[in-house]
Design a protein. Structure first.
Length: 198
């Protein structure tokens, strides 16, 4: 019996190796297709959001009776505006609510509003979003344009590293904008804290 198993061992290893290779190739193909779909979704939503915006003008955040941000539904996604990172040539639509499934395609508002300087946005370090996040630095600009055509310019004040990104951690400090990104390599979060102003 042992001799039969020993004789078949090379064949078993070859078959097992082939199965693992096929599984790995399948995963690569799945990831490639998912990335391509996410990129196409983001590009399409961005194009429609920009087309639907009224004329854009520079504005300053100011308290309103209702600080809720206007949203427009595009392909089933409620969009509150776009986020531009000019130093890195990236412009992305922003979903109005937190949705971990949607986060794979586009950044999502976690909480807050432009108008009362409490906006917190979550994003990923994937190729379709902030894949350059570890290169970002103090002084970089982030420009947000809401669906009313208001353009708001922010400056990165600090970039913090955190093991978690709970609501209490994200809301620490007096920052007009926080963008948080999970580093997929070490599972640490980067909290990009910004003040309003050019």
């Amino acid at each position: 019996m042992k001799q039969r198993i020993a004789a078949r061992l090379p064949l078993i290893c070859i078959v097992l190796g082939a199965v693992l290779a096929i599984a790995a190739a399948g995963m690569l193909l799945y990831n490639s297709i998912s990335l391509s779909l996410a990129k196409n979704d983001a590009v399409e939503i961005l194009a429609q959001a920009q087309a639907l915006m009224p004329p854009i003008e520079n504005r300053a955040p100011e308290e309103r009776g209702n600080n809720a941000m206007a949203s427009i539904q595009i392909d089933g996604v409620n969009v509150i505006g776009v986020m531009e990172l000019p130093e890195y040539g990236r412009t992305l639509p922003i979903a109005s609510g937190w949705n971990t499934a949607l986060l794979k395609s586009i950044p999502c508002r976690f909480t807050g509003s432009i108008y009362d300087k409490t906006l917190i946005i979550g994003a990923t370090d994937g190729e379709t979003q902030l894949d350059f996040v570890t290169k970002m630095d103090v002084g970089d600009q982030i420009i947000l344009t809401d669906m009313e055509g208001g353009k708001y310019t922010y400056r990165v004040d600090t970039i913090q590293h955190s093991k978690h990104a709970g609501a209490s951690k994200l809301q620490e400090g007096d920052y007009a904008l926080t963008v948080f990104v999970k580093n997929s390599k070490n599972s640490e979060y980067l909290l990009i804290r910004c003040s309003y102003g050019k």
